[in-house]
Design a protein around this ligand. Structure first.
Ligand code: ZN
Length: 131
């Protein structure tokens, strides 16, 4: 299925991607710092819009391959995260780096190439559970 995010396009094999997440990828093991614990709490209660977006690609959002907490969000009591999710793609056309589509407020999504493989990258601002 063809997806356009920002300037980039990927033909994602959604069924194969679903299979990858159900069979192979374990939940990402985060450390116990406050940012990681906040992510683990928040990922369990994402919005229906975010849930539909991840499901459309076959991606399970609590099984990110990498998660970085890198900046406080612009709004108070928020933290910005960057997450990488593997995909199974038939093909991908990556025209520009860091080109994102806003899925909802605070959730930007794009495609990047890592070692020749297209991945889903999200830039996510999540509120602190316990500010
Ligand atoms: Zn951590």
């Amino acid at each position: 299925m063809l997806f356009n995010l920002g300037d980039n396009m990927a033909d994602v094999d959604v069924e194969a991607t679903k299979k990858l997440y159900t069979e192979r990828i374990e939940a990402y093991r985060l450390c116990y710092c406050s940012s990681c614990r906040n992510y683990q709490e928040r990922i369990r209660r994402i919005s229906p819009t975010a849930a539909r977006f991840f499901a459309s690609l076959g991606v399970v959002p609590d099984k990110a391959e990498e998660v970085w907490a890198y900046l406080p969000g612009k709004a108070p009591f928020t933290q910005q995260y960057s997450c990488v999710f593997p995909l199974v793609c038939n093909s991908a056309q990556i025209n520009s780096h860091q080109s994102y589509t806003e899925i909802e407020e605070g959730l930007l999504a794009g495609f990047e190439l890592i070692e020749g493989e297209a991945v889903l990258v999200v830039d996510w601002t999540l509120r602190w559970v316990h500010p």
